[in-house]
Write a protein that binds this ligand. Structure first.
Ligand code: SAH
Ligand code: SF4
Length: 343
């Protein structure tokens, strides 16, 4: 049985016309699935009984099974724990802003990169998500909350560019007018920095927003935080970003998780400004959500000083407001589990 959510628009037109249905039926089916969140062909009342039966033989419409859901008392941020068909679990998050809803979605079960401050990285790597499993996170959250998601960030569990094909396909599906219908400028891919994949993404003609998780201004420091840096140096990654920027003309976001006494020195801020000076960037400073007892956030004063140095050197920067920390839904807090433990 095939999962309908794995298919791009063009592929679906092929599949469905091959079964003998007229082409316009595709749009009707997509309206049921992507707009009305219907995942049972029997409910698609504008299709004949014969067609419904035929479609049911070929396709499943695999929304995700909700295992658990937690809502932040501070800001309403909602975290979803889903069970996949093979029993693995992943998490997604819905964040509420006054004018829009943002979804934070996963691309892998676990993550092979193993950044030392990240709960996902510490829980190991199991497998890549399928295209349909990435897309289903959005549809399942929208169905559950009866609300439309306006922005998507690929900042949940896993490294999107290590699951390149499925990530790119899911972006095209979420962006397609007759499918997810989410504007391409409202979709952001966050990566730890895989140079050849960043260059490949530049050539996709996708125009998706890119965020790079940098976290340190020197290879010496970054090697300790992001093990993959020993394979791909900062210079190689920033070069790839330049190529991305030249192709897309887009400003790139730099994410920098600040850890007290590790990468929050004034000299780090100065070096950071130096290495970013030839790029069009916006720096997001993220006080770490501690995942070990020895790890601490910088003081408020230090955060402000760090930001000021970037600004003084012509680099735009902001300190990211934390959301959902009371339910472990903030950046880097997602990990593999069966059920949420009681707070
Ligand atoms: N693998 C991708 C996307 C998922 S992680 C990446 O690394 O970019 C999304 C963001 O959460 C990254 O910027 C990551 O560095 C950040 N993050 C991870 N652990 C964190 C923690 N403990 N506190 C704050 N941010 C964290
Ligand atoms: Fe993987 Fe991103 Fe976590 Fe690093 S920060 S371990 S790349 S999910």
């Amino acid at each position: 049985m095939k999962n309908l959510l794995d298919f791009s628009y063009e592929e679906l037109v092929n599949e469905i016309t091959r079964l003998g249905l007229e082409r316009y039926r595709v749009d009707q089916i997509l309206d049921w699935v992507y707009d009305k969140k219907v995942n049972d062909f029997d409910e698609m009342t504008n299709l004949s009984k014969k067609h419904r039966a035929l479609l049911k033989e070929y396709f499943a419409i695999s929304f995700l099974k909700l295992l658990d859901k937690r809502v932040s008392k501070i800001d309403g941020t909602t975290k979803f724990l889903w069970e996949l068909e093979d029993g693995n679990t992943i998490e997604s998050v819905m964040l509420f802003h006054p004018d829009r809803i943002t979804a934070c979605i996963s691309t892998q079960v676990g993550c092979p990169v193993g950044c030392v401050f990240c709960a996902t990285g510490m829980s190991g790597f199991v497998r890549n998500l399928s295209t349909g499993e990435i897309v289903a996170q959005i549809l399942s959250m929208e169905k559950e909350e009866r609300k439309k998601i306006g922005n998507v960030v690929y900042m949940g569990m896993g490294e999107p560019l290590l699951n390149y094909e499925n990530t790119v396909k899911s972006i095209r599906i979420l962006n397609h007018k007759k499918m997810g219908n989410i504007g391409i400028r409202r979709i952001t891919v966050s990566t730890v920095g895989i140079p050849e994949k960043i260059v490949q993404l530049a050539e996709e003609d996708l125009d998706v927003k890119l965020a790079l998780s940098l976290h340190a201004p020197t290879n010496f420091k970054r090697d300790q935080l992001v093990p993959l840096n020993r394979k791909y140096s900062i210079e190689e990654i920033l070069n790839a970003l330049k190529i991305y920027q030249r192709k897309t003309g887009k400003r790139v976001t730099i994410e920098y998780v600040l850890i007290r006494g590790v990468n929050d020195e004034i000299s780090d801020a100065k070096k950071l400004a130096e290495i970013l000076k030839n790029l069009k960037v916006f720096v997001n400073l993220i006080p770490v959500n501690p995942t070990t007892e020895t790890m601490k956030k910088p003081s408020r004063q230090r955060l402000l000083a760090f930001k000021r140095i970037l600004l003084e050197n012509g680099i735009e920067a902001e300190i990211r407001k934390e959301k959902g920390s009371d339910i472990e839904a903030a950046c880097g807090q997602l990990r593999i589990k069966r059920k949420f433990s009681m707070p």
